[in-house]
Ligand binder design. Structure first.
Ligand code: ADP
Ligand code: MG
Length: 403
């Protein structure tokens, strides 16, 4: 299949060509025809499979052919500022040869950005990409021209629910016209998404692209070790070979800061990103990393979903992520689109049970590598034993809470 088969407007085709996309990805092949027909969809496909273009292209095509006025035609709601900016950039690329206007609307900027957003919302940009809180702030003021809105897109809907945006999303929808086309995209389909879908979507077509496919391109390796061996191992991994782009994920802000500090002491080119940084600093850190001014980024899961950074050589999970979905999101940072990548997970004794359940979700065991001899001896991998223990502990906690 080819992008020509969708019969897109010729200005849009030029945009796609100039970006260099040649063939649609599987999610694009399936979703685009349905969206072109005007149907609602609920689509899940793993991170890195091209979901952004799957909704942007048909929506741009339809807006080009709809009448020109000063009303907003499409609203894309996303969980984070970074994602809003990234989608806006892709949109600018695709719509370069069209007269479509767009703006990303997100919190955290200064007063001028709010008034710029207000201006765009008042004059009616065609497509708005916004975070929930900021959208509500503008909608409450009454000047946002949504009366003729035709498309509502919820991107990373699973992530938005995880972040507690359910009510905000419903509040935003309360402002929108009842008749509209709704598109919901997510990397995973937990049950609570179906609940949201029932409320928001109208007779949607469902598309699921199997979870495990792109992950197969990622070479997954794990080290079983003691907690205090983690930093020495990271140091060993990072200095044994020149790597241009490495992301190290930690589960908490404090461990992120701590590890970044220790790696800086080792004179590595390191930066950190987590929600304690303000908007400007986060943008700067991302830009430096994209431009390879810094080679190593220590990050919380703020970075694990949605954000597209190309050519990551290596992902290190310094901590085992809390669940399988986070694991898949994290390792999805590497091996985007056509590339291949490596993901290494460090498992201490307490994390063995958690990693065992991730392996069950993946439907396979991840290769365990030998720790370099000079770093000392290691624990035995026995995830059943450790998950048995943690289950017992949880039951005990539940029992106590009941009392
Ligand atoms: P997702 O939203 O599913 O996580 P993205 O939409 O961010 O994925 O796309 C991941 C990467 O793949 C981006 O760099 C994007 O430019 C690229 N990409 C998407 N579709 C295509 C395509 N048809 N051909 C080539 N590259 C693509
Ligand atoms: Mg996406």
């Amino acid at each position: 299949m080819n992008f020509k088969d969708f019969n897109f407007n010729s200005e849009l085709v030029k945009g796609i060509e100039s970006i260099g996309f040649e063939k649609p990805t599987p999610i694009q092949e399936k979703a685009i025809p349905i969206i072109m027909q005007g149907e609602d969809i609920i689509a899940s496909a793993q991170t890195g499979t091209g979901k952004t273009a799957a909704f942007l292209l048909p929506v741009i095509h339809k807006i080009i052919s709809s009448k020109k006025d000063d009303h907003i035609k499409a609203l894309i709601i996303v969980p984070t500022r970074e994602l809003a900016m990234q989608i806006d950039q892709q949109l600018e690329g695709f719509s370069y040869f069209t007269s479509i206007s767009s703006i990303a609307v997100y919190g955290g900027g200064d007063g001028t950005s709010f008034s710029m957003e207000k201006k765009a919302l008042t004059e009616g940009a065609d497509i708005i990409i916004g975070t929930p809180g900021r959208m509500i702030a503008h909608l409450n003021m009454g000047y946002v021209k949504v009366k003729e809105l035709e498309f509502l897109i919820l991107d990373e809907a699973d992530r938005m629910l995880d972040m507690g945006f359910h009510e905000d999303i419903m509040k935003i929808i309360g402002y929108l016209p009842k008749v509209r086309q709704n598109l919901l995209f997510a990397a995973t389909m937990p049950y609570k998404i179906k609940d949201l879908a029932r409320k928001v979507l109208n007779n949607p077509k469902e598309i699921n692209i199997a979870l495990s496919k792109p992950v197969e391109k990622v070479l997954q390796v794990a080290y079983v070790l003691y907690e205090q061996q983690k930093t020495p191992l990271v140091n060993h991994l990072l200095s044994s070979k020149h790597l241009r782009s490495v992301i190290i994920f930690c589960s908490t802000k404090s461990s992120t800061k701590q590890l970044a500090k220790e790696l800086k002491k080792l004179r590595l080119s390191v930066d950190e990103i987590h929600s304690d940084l303000d908007q400007k600093s986060r943008e700067k850190v991302l830009l430096d990393f994209r431009n390879r001014k810094t080679n190593i980024l220590v990050a919380t899961d703020i970075l694990s979903r949605g954000i597209d950074i190309e050519d990551i050589d290596l992902i290190i999970n310094f901590d085992v992520p809390h669940d399988g979905e986070d694991y898949i999101h994290r390792i999805g940072r590497t091996a985007r689109a056509e590339a291949e990548g490596i993901a290494i997970t460090l498992i201490n004794e307490k994390e063995q049970g958690k990693f065992g359940s991730i392996e069950r979700l993946l439907g396979k065991t991840v290769t365990k590598a030998m720790l370099p001899k000079q770093l000392g001896s290691t624990p035995v991998y026995n995830p059943q034993k450790s998950s048995y223990r943690s289950n017992k502990r949880n039951n005990f906690r539940r029992y106590k809470n009941r009392k």
